[in-house]
Design a protein around this ligand. Structure first.
Ligand SMILES: [Zn+2]
Length: 545
């Protein structure tokens, strides 16, 4: 019954004056992730019903129901959404209905992409529960905020599951897929603690081959390419039965997990709980052979380059590059022009200058209020919806319990046999258990709703703190949301330009600066930062796009 293909469910032929064929065609886009599926508040049927109602109310006669079932909103690689995009691009539709913006996307870039695709093809977008999706600046702002919040939730969920895996790693258990040579399995010790339920053990087929690969490589007689081929012929394959990709094989030879150690997202445990496949001596020999082979290349530390793509050198009009300076153990951004600009800017320094820019941003109280009003409305709608459903479930439960009482009475009256009584009683008990589980999963949606509301409120109140608290990935999206570029000279941000979206908002006067000193906009000195008064218009260079 659930497919991702569209089907026209209503095709009422009415006499119409000749107009573009798409005018009466709309899409109801429905999505559930695997997590949502058990959840009534998000079921496909519920979404379909809501969207259909709205479409009929708006006078649509041709409604395409497009579903993505069991698909996460974190990517657009979904058959259904791709179909919607196609229909929009071919201008075959004029409206898309979704129950809530998070059905479309759980990340701000995808969300922006969809909006743009719809808008540029004359397709309207309507959310049934939630913010308006009009094209005015305030609605766009609100819409983008919801998109950030949707993403925040997705990131937050990931962080939570990371907490669990981190704990497992700290306790000495490898928390994820077993690398080649090991197998994931249940702990045979049934009384073990919870983190130890799933463990890794040497793979009986490939474990010994991994050991052998280390020993052969340690002789210095082989390069990784040859050795990978030799080991493959001996039967060393990945856990899905394929020959190891070159990089996997090379990384295997560097992986300290085989020594019995655990390295997981910054956590290191010298004595893991799994059985090592290699001794320290062989491992060290392998590392020294490997260093000789690649000419002693140094291992780079990993950094997240928050500002990549946003920082420019105004003299050479080049994007800054990010670099880790080995001698000084510090990370820098710098102008990559061959003559150089002399100065490198320390990563943390420049990133702090950017975060300070967020300090200056504040929303007009009226704007905050309008957002809060919207949030309240959404929240109330959802809460009413929640209580209505909750009541429905309780009524059902009560009805079952009344039924149970009736059959008990009939057993006592002896109008029901003992066997029939047992059968009916079991059926009713099972039905009650189902209702109970529905009530439980409904309670989960309520928590999420409250979180969403409070996140949005926090966001509008104090953008700087939200920015500072966010994980780097999300910070980067905030930067992209507000800013288009920063120009840096002598280590200081001397000019910056807002994103087109944000500039639109400034013109709508929904934002202002805390520092509303009427500075002259483009007066630049080497050591002072320009404060741009939004009333004078943000800085633009000769190429506004
Ligand atoms: Zn330069």
């Amino acid at each position: 019954m659930f497919t991702t293909t569209s089907k026209r469910i209503l095709n009422i032929t009415v006499m119409q004056p000749k107009i573009a064929k798409n005018k009466h065609v709309c899409v109801a886009y429905l999505r559930v992730s695997t997590d949502d599926q058990a959840d009534n508040g998000l079921s496909l049927d519920y979404q379909e019903e809501q969207c259909k109602k709205a479409a009929i109310r708006d006078g649509y006669t041709d409604i395409n129901i497009i579903r993505d079932e069991g698909k996460s909103g974190t990517s657009l690689q979904r058959k259904g959404i791709q179909e919607v995009i196609e229909l929009a691009k071919n201008k075959e539709i004029s409206m898309v209905y979704v129950t809530h913006s998070d059905r479309l996307a759980r990340n701000i870039l995808d969300h922006a992409f969809l909006r743009h695709t719809f808008r540029s093809n004359g397709v309207e977008l309507k959310y049934l529960n939630g913010q308006s999706s009009g094209n005015d600046a305030v609605s766009t702002m609100a819409d983008n905020m919801f998109a950030s919040v949707n993403q925040y939730h997705s990131d937050n969920t990931r962080e939570k599951s990371q907490e669990a895996t981190d704990k497992k790693a700290r306790d000495g258990y490898w928390p994820t897929h077993a690398p080649v040579g090991y197998l994931n399995c249940e702990n045979p010790d049934k009384l073990c603690e919870k983190v130890a339920k799933r463990i890794i053990i040497p793979n009986p087929k490939t474990g010994q081959l991994v050991t052998e690969a280390f020993k052969l490589y340690a002789t210095g007689q082989y390069n990784t390419y040859e050795l990978n081929q030799i080991m493959y012929e001996k039967g060393l394959v990945s856990n899905v039965g394929k020959k190891l990709v070159e990089s996997v094989f090379t990384n295997m030879l560097k992986n300290r997990l085989y020594l019995g150690e655990i390295y997981w997202r910054g956590i290191s445990v010298k004595k893991g709980k799994h059985e090592p496949l290699i001794d320290e001596d062989t491992f060290n020999k392998v590392q020294s052979v490997s260093t000789k082979h690649v000419g002693g290349r140094c291992r780079r530390r990993k950094y997240f380059w928050l500002l990549n793509g946003y920082v420019f050198c105004p003299i050479h009009n080049r994007r800054f590059c990010a670099e880790f300076h080995l001698n000084k153990s510090k990370a820098y951004y710098h102008c990559p022009h061959r003559d150089g600009c002399g100065k490198y800017v320390e990563k943390s320094d420049l990133e702090k200058q950017v975060s300070d820019k967020f300090k200056n941003l504040q929303f007009e109280p009226e704007f905050v209020n309008s957002i809060i009003e919207r949030v309240k409305l959404i929240f109330e709608t959802r809460r009413n919806d929640y209580y209505a459903k909750h009541r429905g479930f309780l009524n059902r439960k009560n009805a079952y319990e009344a039924k149970l009482k009736t059959v008990e009475d009939r057993l006592i009256d002896q109008t029901l046999s003992k066997d029939d009584y047992t059968r009916i009683k079991d059926e009713i008990k099972a039905a009650i258990a189902v209702v109970d589980s529905q009530i439980n999963s409904l309670a989960k949606t309520k928590e999420v709703n409250i979180d969403t509301a409070s996140e949005i409120l926090n966001f509008t109140k104090d953008i700087y703190n939200v920015y500072m608290r966010s994980p780097e990935q999300l910070q980067k999206k905030f930067i992209g949301f507000f800013f288009e570029r920063f120009e840096v000279q002598n280590g200081l941000i001397i000019k910056y330009r807002y994103s087109p979206l944000f500039e639109g908002l400034i013109q709508e006067k929904v934002l202002f600066y805390k520092t509303s000193k009427p500075e002259k906009a483009l007066e630049i000195t080497a050591d002072s930062e320009v404060i741009i008064d939004p009333k004078l218009g943000a800085y633009r260079d000769s190429n506004p796009n």
